[in-house]
Design a protein around this ligand. Structure first.
Ligand SMILES: Cc1ncc(COP(=O)(O)O)c(C=O)c1O
Length: 394
């Protein structure tokens, strides 16, 4: 079953846990000392505080017209994925050991890496968390952009890790030079989100590669490529080949975006086997993925017909959004992804609440002394609902 946690290891862990529960005292203490149970300083679940219902759900009385707050792909999952889910149901009483291996092999073959370089999980979030837990050692610091995807840094911050947030360049890109300068002897990780969420900007590949070559000699670089499938040339942009051959580099990918799997949950990292072992201490990895999701992923991975159609519809909706913003006298940050960030003329929370009252969910940010709205790209009817609500309040 590929490079992921072997069945024997998992059974051993299960036995340890069961033993720990039935023999309190000595064995329980040993079990509690296991890293999967006791992280460096105790993990406090981030989700309930980070996830704000107001950003995603309307009041019960208001029908949701457009869900544009979570960068999902409403054109997915593909028909092939849906059919695979149905077909997987009769055998879903079995653990999906074979399909875990089949999927990591499929990805490895496509990316021209070895299976031992891939760690699958139920979305990339559990892997971001594993990295936060492993690299968030007491006294260490993590460097990230500001604003950037906050998940990994905020989880590490809750464990007492110092987060060094580096402002973006005037083009709203991660400031690689300033990030490199900020590294000190306590830095344990540099988190690079490329393309960046929430700005939708992408870094110059050669510049990022040179940065990773230099920086990974000193500290681990985590490159989150959640939105890379939206770029015109993902294969020419990804740092997966580098992560499979260079020590101290991790690349994270997810099926949640262009594949439309946000609710199905599957993601992975590509890195060196020694790092996979370390991250594996803090995640159930592929054991947390359902048979149905694995079969859906196997059926739709690199399905160009579906992916290109979803990309085309996303671009059409995005062009429409640009035209609405221009017509209303707004500027925006040109987007390389399935979301667009633009400055608004109202306090952010008030703006999102007003949109939500009209059945449209979007997110807000505050940086650079401005209030910003991030709107995900949805179906055309959703973008029209956005336009109607936006015109009322702008
Ligand atoms: C940059 C980035 N990374 C990771 C994730 C987490 O994705 P998932 O856990 O669904 O794979 C997201 C979700 O929005 C994201 O924006």
């Amino acid at each position: 079953m590929g490079n992921t946690l072997s069945r024997r290891t998992l059974l051993k862990r299960g036995a340890l846990l069961a033993g720990g529960l039935s023999f309190a005292g000595g064995l329980l203490n040993k079990v509690q000392a296991s890293p999967i149970i006791t992280p460096h300083s105790g993990y406090v679940p981030a989700f309930p505080e980070v996830w704000n219902e107001r950003d995603y759900l309307t009041d019960e009385a208001v029908p949701m017209k457009a869900r544009l707050s979570a960068n999902e792909n409403p054109f997915g999952p593909s028909d092939k994925a849906k059919k695979a889910i149905e077909e997987a149901l009769p055998t879903s009483y079995q653990y999906p050991f074979r399909s875990m291996s089949d999927l990591s092999k499929k990805i490895a073959d496509f990316e021209k890496v070895k299976q031992e370089n891939i760690l699958l999980a139920s979305g990339s979030s559990p892997l971001l968390m594993a990295a936060a837990l492993y690299y968030g050692k007491p006294g260490s610091n993590i460097i990230t952009g500001d604003p950037s995807y906050a998940d990994l840094p905020s989880k590490a911050e809750r464990m007492g890790v110092k987060i060094n947030r580096i402002p973006l360049t005037p083009e709203f890109k991660l400031d690689l030079d300033a990030m490199e300068k900020a590294i000190d002897s306590n830095t344990s990780l540099v988190y690079i989100c490329n393309p960046n969420n929430p700005t939708a900007t992408v870094l110059d590949k050669d510049k990022l590669k040179a940065f990773c070559e230099r920086v990974s000699k000193k500290v681990t670089v985590f490159v989150d490529e959640a939105y890379i499938d939206y770029l015109p040339d993902p294969q020419g942009t990804t740092l997966i080949p580098m992560a499979s051959t260079t020590p101290n580099m991790i690349v994270a990918r997810t099926f949640s975006k262009l594949y439309g799997f946000a609710g199905l949950r599957i993601g992975y990292v590509v890195t060196q086997p020694d790092i996979i072992k370390k991250l594996g201490l803090y995640t159930e990895a592929s054991m947390s993925i359902s048979t149905t999701t694995l079969q859906a992923a196997l059926a739709s991975y690199q399905d160009r017909e579906f992916l290109d159609a979803a990309l085309k519809k996303t671009l059409a909706s995005k062009d429409y959004l640009y035209s609405v913003l221009k017509k209303e006298g707004y500027t925006y940050v040109p987007s390389s992804t399935n979301f667009v960030l633009f400055p608004i003329k109202m306090e952010g929370r008030q703006f999102t609440d007003e949109m939500m009252k009209r059945g449209v969910s979007v997110r807000f940010w505050k940086f650079d002394n401005k209030e910003w709205c991030r709107v995900s790209i949805g179906r055309m009817d959703e973008m029209e609902a956005f336009a109607a609500a936006f015109k009322e309040i702008s």
